[in-house]
Unconditional design. Structure first.
Length: 160
């Protein structure tokens, strides 16, 4: 097996609480926000630090996590935080950017408070939106747009 070691730096931290959702960048990375104003969404790569343990990293296949899914499902066919490398990806709506303070105010993010941020990329339709998408039949009834997911009955989809 080819196990490479990578040096990944945290560029910021997710803050999630009663005041909303933010990414607070480390001081050396604040200038990287230059030009981000005007993008309505960003893609945030963050570290699932609460699921970073050998018992989680060795997980590759699970028993029927979705009611309508197959009896066994590999982790690469899910968005589960339990995976060989707990690298998570979220497309988040940007409310405002404060470059001086190094703060991005977000509409929402599914990261826990204190989650390390590895990278931020602007969401751009020419790169990130796909016109002809297909998914397996067991999840074809899920919302087609991010904006519709808040009203979807996700609790009825899971087997736990």
């Amino acid at each position: 097996m080819n196990n490479h070691v990578f040096n990944v730096k945290t560029v910021g931290t997710v803050r999630a609480g009663k005041d909303g959702f933010t990414i607070r960048l480390e001081e050396p990375y604040r200038k990287a926000l230059n030009g981000l104003e005007g993008f309505s969404h960003i893609q945030v790569l963050w570290w699932g630090h609460l699921m970073d343990g050998e018992e989680y990293r060795s997980f590759v296949e699970g028993d029927k996590p979705y009611k309508k899914g197959p009896d066994k499902l590999g982790v690469f066919a899910t968005r589960s935080p339990v995976r060989p490398n707990p690298i998570e990806l979220t497309t988040a709506g940007v409310l405002s950017v404060d470059q001086k303070q190094g703060i991005i105010h977000l509409a929402w993010i599914d990261a826990e408070d204190g989650s390390p941020v590895l990278d931020i990329k602007p969401y751009h339709p020419s790169d990130d939106r796909v016109k002809n998408v297909s998914v397996p039949a067991w999840c074809d009834h899920w919302p087609k747009w991010q904006e519709d997911t808040a009203d979807f009955a996700w609790e009825e989809e899971f087997n736990f």
